[in-house]
Design a protein around this ligand. Structure first.
Ligand code: ZN
Length: 104
């Protein structure tokens, strides 16, 4: 436990990965670390805050959000910017272990 607001990894799709979506929608997607529900929030931080880290463009600062399902606050950190299917595959490979643990 890291205090009252747990952390979860967020994904922000851009470029090719966001082609099938409303271009005005710029969302961060995440899985609630409290209840496991899928959640989204409007991306707030400018892309200039994102930096290339460990093979991905990430915002290590993260953003705060609240789960619509269980109403608990959470911290989405890091937020990983994904451009295409290839990056998404790599992301799943790198982060899936973490996500499984945090679902617990
Ligand atoms: Zn929740």
């Amino acid at each position: 436990m890291k205090g009252s607001s747990l952390e979860t990894v967020g994904v922000r799709y851009t470029g090719w990965a966001a082609l099938n979506r409303d271009p005005l929608e710029d969302l961060v997607e995440y899985t609630c670390p409290h209840c496991g529900a899928h959640g989204t929030k409007a991306a707030r931080r400018p892309r200039s805050e994102y930096h290339f880290t460990d093979g991905f463009v990430q915002d290590l600062h993260g953003e705060m959000s609240m789960c619509r399902n269980c109403r608990k606050s959470l911290r989405v950190s890091p937020v990983v910017l994904l451009h295409d299917r290839d990056e998404q595959r790599r992301f799943n490979a790198v982060f899936s272990a973490d996500l499984e643990v945090s679902k617990n």
